[in-house]
Design a protein around this ligand. Structure first.
Ligand code: ZN
Length: 284
């Protein structure tokens, strides 16, 4: 199932072949009407949404034009990220291939949706993109095995781990360059894990002003989604609604020579196979 949030109030929608079901308008008493409510009790919520997907009244169907989507997880709990998780990206960054997952975080101020403008403040200069597969947790995970890890995943979405390299590299901690306002657009769809299948078999691409600059596959990850969840859950409890951005492949501006950083007026587009394509304009 492909789930979306609908402007202006970020209520829950289901993207179907027939159109977008406005869940609140469909009047199903057991169906959650927000992503937050769904993730808080995803088994029963998904069951109700699956019923609704095949039985919604025509009056609850929205035409695609005139509908705009918000971030597909508007209020994530933890926002964890994995650095240097593709070997050629580690090499282009001048970093060694990591022996264990490199974990860092972003904060909630970074969350943005498809079509949102992303401001690039004058306080930094080296603005870069990073297409990533984003995992959305559906169950609590504490000390979960690699074998059991994917059972804790609700679904996946496309993300862009927008980065200010000069701020990222200013100190040994990357945080500052990673958590500027709206620097984590996610969407358009939150796709349930059953519909995605193997998370290690997805093409991912990024375009800057229409020019393809990243083109890889999640099979090239150093640490798989299951390994990342298992490793992280040894040290912290992961909760439903937490999201994990699993790293970017090669092709970022940081690895180019010369480096022409993103600037106001540019448009960046990211896509992960099965999860949809998302564009954002960069502004001042
Ligand atoms: Zn990243």
């Amino acid at each position: 199932m492909k789930l979306v949030t609908l402007h202006p109030d970020l209520r829950l929608g289901i993207q179907t072949d027939a159109g977008i079901i406005d869940v609140a308008a469909a009047g199903h008493s057991a169906a959650p009407t927000t992503i937050d409510a769904l993730l808080a009790d995803s088994d029963s919520g998904l069951a109700a949404l699956r019923e609704l997907a095949v039985s919604a009244p025509a009056s609850a169907l929205l035409a695609a034009n005139g509908v705009s989507f918000g971030p597909c997880v508007p209020n994530p709990g933890k926002i964890l990220c994995v650095g240097l998780n593709y070997a050629r990206h580690a090499a282009e960054s001048g970093a060694a291939t990591p022996a264990t997952p490199v974990l860092f975080s972003k904060f909630n101020n970074t969350i943005a949706g498809p079509g949102d403008s992303i401001p690039l403040p004058t306080s930094a200069e080296q603005y870069d993109y990073e297409v990533e597969l984003v995992v959305v947790m559906g169950k609590r995970a504490r000390d979960v095995s690699v074998e059991a890890a994917l059972g804790t995943v609700f679904g996946y979405c496309t993300g862009n781990d927008v980065s200010a390299r000069d701020l990222q590299m200013r100190t040994s901690q990357w945080l500052l360059g990673k958590t500027l306002d709206k620097f984590m657009p996610i969407g358009p769809y939150l796709v349930t894990a059953d519909e995605v299948g193997d998370p290690q078999a997805l093409d991912l691409k990024c375009w800057l002003n229409g020019e393809l600059c990243q083109n890889s596959n999640t099979s090239d990850m150093i640490f798989s989604v299951a390994e990342i969840i298992s490793y992280t859950s040894r040290y912290m409890t992961l909760e439903a609604g937490d999201i994990i951005s699993t790293g970017t492949p090669s092709g970022v501006i940081l690895g180019m020579n010369p480096k022409v950083w993103m600037k106001p007026g540019d448009e960046v587009t990211v896509e992960v196979e099965k999860l949809g394509k998302m564009s954002n304009k960069l502004t001042r």
